[in-house]
Design a protein around this ligand. Structure first.
Ligand SMILES: NC(=O)c1ccc[n+]([C@@H]2O[C@H](COP(=O)([O-])OP(=O)(O)OC[C@H]3O[C@@H](n4cnc5c(N)ncnc54)[C@H](OP(=O)(O)O)[C@@H]3O)[C@@H](O)[C@H]2O)c1
Length: 276
């Protein structure tokens, strides 16, 4: 079966169809981390500025999408979701099963991608906006004929811009509700923490710096210690102390319930979009 032709991990070329923000983040992360040299990455764009964003760090930039596909073994479709179908249909004759195809388009299902491409060697990846700073939380799901080796290769690419998990595609709406929309919930939390600092007498820039760094530090502790967040919370809440007084207020305000509802509401909205 053609799908079993392995991608040569030490020589494969990676192409982006759609030279936007996400493609730039992935390309930069992959080069910076040493996963691939820039000379093995290609893309195409009509605008000078977008071309420069890639060519300035050694990536080959073509005029047209078809040149990217022809010159790549792994092709990441990174255009906006609403034009994915049009772009994939245009490229269909070139999307042969010796190439591994990847889509990062939000809400576009593997079954549709595979049908439009006439190729089941597809992997769908859902990254999130912290990819821009190398801290994406990504989830991937493998299509019909994508092999285990294909999955490992894509995990190594997306591992260069953060962390990646594998999950059944039916969980992608829930993923959207948590990691897709989650950065916005945390921006709101940082803003509110900073407001609290200002209300308690801090200057704004100090309050904002402390709030952002506190969120970063708490997340790093949750990841690096491997302790359950409830345990970490208990560790810093001394009897009759300041932290338990703050926690009491959060619980009175339904903090946990509000966050749970936010994730569920966003996941439900994603499901509604998928039905349209
Ligand atoms: N940004 C994120 O954090 C994030 C997270 C999860 C998933 N995604 C997914 O990633 C994909 C890209 O998002 P993005 O934020 O990188 O968007 P973006 O910056 O708008 O990138 C899309 C790029 O595709 C170009 N383009 C438009 N029509 C094209 C065509 N026919 N052929 C080739 N390129 C074309 C656009 O050029 P023009 O601007 O000149 O039209 C633009 O440079 C989307 O499908 C999105 O759902 C993004």
């Amino acid at each position: 079966m053609a799908s079993t032709i392995p991608i040569q991990t030490d020589t494969f070329r990676l192409g982006f169809v759609g030279a936007g923000k996400m493609a730039e983040s992935i390309a930069k992360g992959v080069v910076k981390s040493g996963v691939l040299p820039a000379s093995r990455i290609r893309t195409a764009h009509r605008d000078f500025d977008r071309r420069e964003a890639f060519s300035s760090f050694g990536i080959k930039v073509f005029e047209h999408n078809h040149e990217v596909v022809e010159d790549s073994d792994v092709v990441i479709i990174s255009v906006k979701p609403q034009i994915v179908k049009e772009v994939v249909l245009q490229l269909k004759p070139l999307l042969t099963e010796d190439k591994l195809l990847v889509s990062i388009a939000a809400g576009v299902k593997l079954s549709d991608l595979q049908e439009w491409a006439g190729n089941n060697r597809f992997i769908r990846v859902m990254p999130n906006t912290p990819s821009a700073v190398g801290q994406a939380a990504s989830v991937m799901s493998l299509g019909g004929t994508a092999s285990e080796e294909d999955g490992v290769l894509i995990a190594s690419l997306f591992g260069a811009i953060g962390r990646i998990w594998r999950a059944d595609e039916k969980l992608f709406d829930a993923v959207t509700g948590l990691s897709g929309s989650g950065p916005a919930y945390i921006f709101l939390a940082i803003d509110a923490l900073a407001d609290g600092g200002v209300a308690a007498g801090l200057p704004r820039d100090l309050a904002l710096g402390l709030a952002s760094q506190t969120v970063l530090g708490a997340a790093a502790m949750a990841i690096n210690t491997g302790k359950h967040p409830g345990q970490l919370k208990d560790d810093v809440a001394s009897p009759g102390g300041t932290t338990i007084a703050g926690i009491h207020e959060l619980e009175k305000g339904g903090f946990r319930g509000v966050l749970i509802n936010a994730v569920v509401a966003a996941a439900n909205r994603s499901r509604e979009f998928a039905k349209r």
